[in-house]
Design a protein around this ligand. Structure first.
Ligand code: XMP
Length: 316
């Protein structure tokens, strides 16, 4: 049987051998893979820098949570607060692919500026990512959206043998097992997947601070109810997406003319297909009430009952 403890010991040794006296940098996002990677490098005792680029498109309090989680685990991270630059770059942009391109390019720019000269780069690439990027050149389907994991600079470093991918033989559940044996808390290891471009793909049309704030509030209310009721761990992914269309309603004694928010919860095996979840009506009712009573700017709550395909999991 696959023994995670033995595997971990071997992996730590391999990392020490590969890195030697050099400095290795890694980007952290707060997600499962990059967290396990950073903790693994830290555990190996090599000279490492973990860099967190905050693009300002994260969920409510997420940046603080990432920092406090790493603090809790004793792994130092450096933060780059680039939220202002991302918002400026996104101003007036409404095309989904253009938005992704802007975010992807700026992210890389900010990351490499923080890195400076890298002797070694560590990436949290998993086995399924390896397979997917191997088939990328052939398959059009995987180009439906631009996923910005592998780009020129990384290819260049790869050619020079300066890219370390210690998780490249593992599937997600094995990464979680490894993370567990490294002492990483359950809530971090069982976080829902979150897209690289963050809330920008849950904010159709232009991304503004006002819209992001509304999405954050609604999302936090929804996720709060899912966690409280035990449903969080039973779904693959759940979130709130702004529908920036104004409709008429009544708030207090006043006519309101405000946006709608759409809630989505899906189950999936590998994100290639997905089904919407039959959440209990009471959970939906409580979430809707809290949003309508608590979030200014929203007077309508929708639940997304679209399978993938034809809909994708995210809105953009
Ligand atoms: P879609 O919307 O294509 O999403 O059905 C499938 C899964 O991928 C996530 N996603 C991303 N993950 N970078 C990522 O790392 C991205 O650019 C990106 N876009 C979508 C999405 O959240 C879902 O889990």
């Amino acid at each position: 049987p696959f023994r995670i403890e033995d595997f971990k010991r071997e992996l730590l040794e391999q990392i020490r051998d590969r890195v030697g006296q050099r400095q290795v940098v890694c980007g952290v996002s707060g997600g499962v893979d990059s967290t396990v990677l950073a903790v693994l490098l830290h555990e190996a005792g090599v000279n490492m820098r973990a860099i967190y680029v905050d693009h300002g498109l994260m969920r409510k309090d997420e940046g603080d949570e990432v920092r406090s989680n790493f603090h809790r685990m004793g792994v130092p991270i450096e933060t780059v607060d680039a939220s202002g630059r991302f918002l400026s770059a996104l101003a007036g942009q409404t095309e989904p692919e253009k938005k992704r391109e802007i975010i992807g390019n700026l992210f890389i720019e900010e990351f490499w500026r923080a890195v400076g000269n890298a002797e070694l780069l560590a990436q949290g690439t998993l086995y399924p990512d390896v397979i997917e990027s191997a088939s990328n050149s052939k398959s059009k389907a995987s180009k439906i959206k631009t996923h910005h994991n592998r780009v020129d600079k990384i290819l260049e470093l790869q050619a020079q043998g300066k890219v370390l991918e210690p998780l490249a033989e593992l599937f997600k559940d094995e990464v979680r097992a490894l993370g567990k044996s490294l002492g990483i808390p359950h809530d971090i290891l069982h976080r829902h997947p979150f897209p690289g471009p963050g809330l920008a793909v849950r904010c159709p049309g232009e991304v503004t601070l006002e819209r992001l704030e509304i999405i954050r509030e609604c999302d936090a209310i929804f996720i709060g109810h899912l966690k409280e009721s035990g449903w969080y761990d039973r779904v693959w992914q759940a979130y709130a997406c702004l529908v920036p269309v104004r409709t008429v309603g009544v708030k207090g004694d006043e006519r309101s003319y405000e946006w709608a928010i759409s809630l989505r919860a899906v189950i999936s095996e590998d994100a290639m297909t997905a089904d919407w979840v039959e959440l209990p009506y009471q959970l939906l009712r409580d979430t809707s009430n809290d949003i309508l009573n608590g979030v200014a700017g929203i007077n309508r709550v929708l639940y997304d009952i679209s399978t993938k395909p034809p809909a994708s999991i995210e809105w953009e």
